[in-house]
Design a protein around this ligand. Structure first.
Ligand code: PMP
Length: 346
């Protein structure tokens, strides 16, 4: 547990125990009490610190990893950063295969954290040899003594959240949580957290957030992998063009889809209304709340927990860049002018 005046042996002791913060303004037009689990308070600024530490420590316990070994992963950035951070402290080499959709900031950060980075094309199928999955697999075969974290297909990803995020939320809400709303990428966060929470109270409603252009929502509803659902979208870390086994579809009650544009505006609104500078998928999760709220999902006595997975600083060249927003056409349909809050004195 974190204590204010405590000295820590290293950063790893600070992973988890993130705050649950009441949202006082952004959803005030809806019934219910809304709380954000703000994962940017982890030392690596995202929820992925939890899985990096947990999976690496499980491998150590099994004797698979010893200092000097190499850890390999595919990642949109956050998991890579967390693995690189844990690797530095524990003495491993870190090799990452990332999607070209990842922001330049994220790739620069990974390199700064000592990782060797392979940037792979985003819009190729998962079985294409250029995809980041295939590149990681090949590197794992080539590098002796390497461990492949494989977060999309590793059940330990679920266990990490079952053992930390779930119990934390249960304690923080004193068991009064009624809804959990979380983005689904690998599905580890929502599945592990939901599994723990539903074991405490099976009536808790678990709502996943998916992107238009992803197969996850349809798979949940029909158990059909429909390739026709797939098209490029901009939000990083949310939705998928494959079905991850790190998602336990049985503990999720429903999925809501959100657009790139509305999620981007909602991310900006979280900052302006709550003072919380969080990432693009936090905007997506909050956008799902807006849609559910409009549909009358919530009652006055409900306690809704929304997971905000990472920090806004990772999106300065995207959602928080007026130039990027303009390029996407995101300012066209909204009245938020790019220059609204800035004046140039000449
Ligand atoms: N948001 C961001 C920014 C992410 O990087 C991820 C992970 N891909 C998620 C949300 C989704 O978390 P999970 O993989 O546990 O479903």
């Amino acid at each position: 547990m974190k204590h204010k005046n405590q000295v820590f042996d290293n950063l790893l002791d600070l992973i988890g125990h993130t705050p649950l913060i009441k949202l006082n303004k952004i959803a005030s037009k809806f019934k219910g009490n809304f709380y954000a689990k703000v994962e940017s308070f982890n030392p690596g600024h995202s929820s992925k610190d939890r899985i990096a530490l947990y999976i690496i420590e499980q491998a150590e316990k099994k004797g698979i990893l010893t200092p000097g070994d190499t850890i390999i992963e595919t990642t949109s950035g956050n998991t890579g950063f967390s693995i690189a951070m844990v690797s530095i402290i524990k003495g491993y080499d870190c090799v990452l295969a990332v999607s070209s959709k990842s922001s330049a900031d994220k790739i620069d950060m990974l390199k700064t954290m000592g990782a060797k980075v392979y940037v792979c094309p985003a819009h190729v199928s998962a079985d294409d040899p250029r995809s980041y999955y295939q590149v990681a697999k090949r590197l794992h075969e080539e590098i002796k003594g390497s461990v492949y974290i494989n977060q999309y297909f590793n059940k330990l990803n679920i266990d990490a959240h079952y053992n930390s995020t779930g119990p934390e939320i249960w304690k923080q809400t004193e068991g009064k949580i009624t809804h959990l709303v979380a983005c689904s990428g690998t599905g580890g966060t929502i599945s592990g957290t939901a599994k723990y929470l539903k074991e405490q109270n099976p009536n808790i409603k678990v709502i996943g957030v998916d992107a238009f252009g992803s197969v996850i929502k349809k798979y949940h509803e029909t158990r059909e992998f429909d390739e026709k659902e797939i098209y490029p979208y901009r939000i990083e870390g949310l939705g998928k063009n494959l079905i991850p086994t790190a998602t336990d579809f049985d503990v999720i009650d429903e999925f809501v889809k959100v657009t790139d544009e509305e999620s981007a505006h909602t991310a900006r609104l979280i900052a302006k209304s709550e003072g919380l500078f969080v990432g693009y998928t936090s905007g997506a999760a909050m956008q799902a709340i807006m849609q559910l709220g409009e549909d009358g999902e919530f009652k006055k006595e409900d306690n809704i927990v929304i997971i905000f997975p990472d920090h806004g600083s990772r999106y300065m060249s995207k959602v928080y860049s007026d130039k990027w927003m303009n390029e996407q056409g995101f300012f066209d349909s909204k009245n938020e002018a790019a220059a609204q809050n800035i004046q140039y004195i000449k």
